[in-house]
Design a protein around this ligand. Structure first.
Ligand SMILES: *Cc1c(COP(=O)(O)O)cnc(C)c1O
Length: 382
């Protein structure tokens, strides 16, 4: 676990410098990959800064520091994957506790509640969190966690984080926000009243489709202490090489997000005009039900765009015809990806309240030139 320096610098500067001072022995400007499992101790029972690498590692600590700083949190903890971060966080719950999920939550989060934690007596409900009246009514006496994800995957609905945090707190629950899609460059849930932010570092934070990782950030000192205990006790920690790759990715987060957002806006405009496209899901389109909330709580609309075509067969045909957009799961890398969620990322939730239409196509817009991306979609839709 790391505490971030409250150095008052701007986002882009902290992305490059927070937790990343030159290395003391030789002045290397990059945090070294401390590829070690243990640390020599000068005396019995008196280790230096670290004793064992499950408990702590300098490369991991640098990543924890910069992620906490970017989210505006005091404490950051990194994990082996986004799911490892979520599972460790949810291990703070006990039997009879209740979790409220949004109806378009990440499928892995739903699976963790429905098929893992349910066996341990943790209950959950699913509600449309864009409907604040239904949302408020679903918070129960036993609700300990209100789990928000916004924009949602794959329908890109926008949930009002400030309102969600208030409803959670009124019910005595904590508000957790999965900030994977927006990243702290576009949206900082802790500043909007949320208690905890979780990330799949695999996506935009890493940004280059070359690692799997997760993180939790919070300002709650007691929760952070418990999480640091669980991080060590459970042991779902990332290796130093992956932390190094994530650090390298995070340095350019602001630049990449600008390019992702620019490309996504352009593509959403193109798709909105296209005769074969029946619906475009993108919060930046005026008239999108989440547009106003997005403008209020986000700096820009993000790099994800979903759209619907006339039939399932047509959706399959389109995603198999793009050349620049690779047909693949995952998102948030520099290269553009395309998929049909129903039989791919969302296959495991096909019989659940999270099922999505099979005419839906999801794009993760990369940082290639938007004109080339539009041309690729144009030929695939032709
Ligand atoms: C990918 C993802 C996760 C899970 O993260 P992994 O790193 O794949 O374990 C959680 N939430 C969202 C929104 C994601 O996109």
């Amino acid at each position: 676990m790391a505490s971030s320096p409250g150095d008052g610098m701007r986002f882009e500067t902290r992305a490059v410098h927070a937790g990343q001072d030159p290395e003391p022995a030789f002045g290397a400007v990059n945090v070294p990959i401390y590829q070690t499992s243990t640390y020599a101790q000068p005396e019995v029972g008196k280790p230096k800064r670290f004793d064992y690498a499950r408990t702590g590692n300098p490369t991991r600590e640098a990543l924890e520091t910069v992620l906490a700083s970017l989210e505006g949190g005091r404490h950051g903890l990194c994990f082996a994957s986004g799911m490892a971060a979520e599972a460790t966080l949810l291990l703070t719950l006990r039997p009879e506790d209740h979790v409220l999920l949004s109806n378009d939550v990440y499928g892995g989060t739903y699976r963790l509640l429905a098929r893992v934690l349910a066996d341990w007596g943790v209950a959950y409900d699913i509600v449309d969190m864009t409907d604040l009246a239904a949302f408020g009514a679903a918070v129960r006496h036993e609700t300990r966690v209100v789990w928000v994800e916004t924009p949602t995957n794959p329908l890109l609905k926008v949930i009002d984080i400030a309102a969600a945090a208030e409803l959670a707190h009124d019910g005595g629950a904590m508000c957790v926000v999965d900030n994977t899609f927006a990243t702290p460059y576009l949206q900082r849930p802790l500043e909007l009243g949320a208690d905890v932010v979780v990330h799949s570092v695999t996506k935009y934070l890493g940004g280059h489709s070359d690692l799997v990782g997760g993180a939790v950030v919070t300002n709650d000192d007691a929760l952070a202490e418990r999480l640091a205990f669980l991080q060590n006790a459970v042991g779902a920690v990332p290796g130093p090489m992956d932390c190094y790759l994530a650090l390298r990715g995070v340095k350019t987060l602001a630049l990449r997000m600008e390019a992702h957002c620019r490309g996504a806006r352009r593509i959403a405009e193109f798709l909105s005009q296209h005769p074969r496209v029946t619906t475009v899901h993108f919060p930046g389109v005026p008239g999108h039900p989440g547009f106003e909330v997005a403008v209020r709580q986000m700096k820009d609309f993000g790099g994800m765009v979903s759209f619907e075509v006339g039939s399932r067969d047509e959706a399959v045909r389109v995603v198999q015809r793009t050349k620049l957009f690779f047909l693949a799961e995952s998102l948030g890398g520099v290269e553009s990806l395309i998929e049909v969620p129903a039989p791919m990322t969302h296959a495991s939730v096909s019989d659940s309240p999270l099922a999505v239409p099979d005419t839906l196509i999801r794009l993760s817009v990369g940082i290639e030139h938007p004109d080339d991306l539009v041309a690729d979609l144009e030929q695939a839709l032709a």
